[in-house]
Design a protein around this ligand. Sequence first.
Ligand code: F3S
Ligand code: F3S
Length: 113
Amino acid sequence: TYVIAEPCVDELDRACVAECPVDCIYEGARTLYIQPDECVDCGACEPVCPVEAIYYEDDLPTALRPYAPDNAAFFTLTLPGREAPLGSPGGAGKLGPVGVDTPLVAGLPPQGG
Ligand code: F3S
Ligand code: F3S
């Protein structure tokens, strides 16, 4: 799978979203996350990110490796008012921004600027 890593945090350019043929790039609060079971590894998202936040999982620099399990962890979150975790929503467009992040991302200090 491909992975969105730390450079996306507080950047949220969203150019990647329009490129994805399976609509598997989901918006949290401060970053976006790729659903690893839905991503078909087409790679179309990777070159369009202006801050180079997207990597094939095996190509993540060492410091960014935690973002592979962290993208997956986003989909284990259970949103307020829901009984089941996000899981495999089957399309980011219909879900919309969910307004929450993983503990790793939520705990980061403000990025960029
Ligand atoms: Fe983030 Fe880059 Fe997409 S900043 S929203 S991964 S285009
Ligand atoms: Fe979509 Fe990027 Fe995967 S365009 S299918 S998230 S490689």
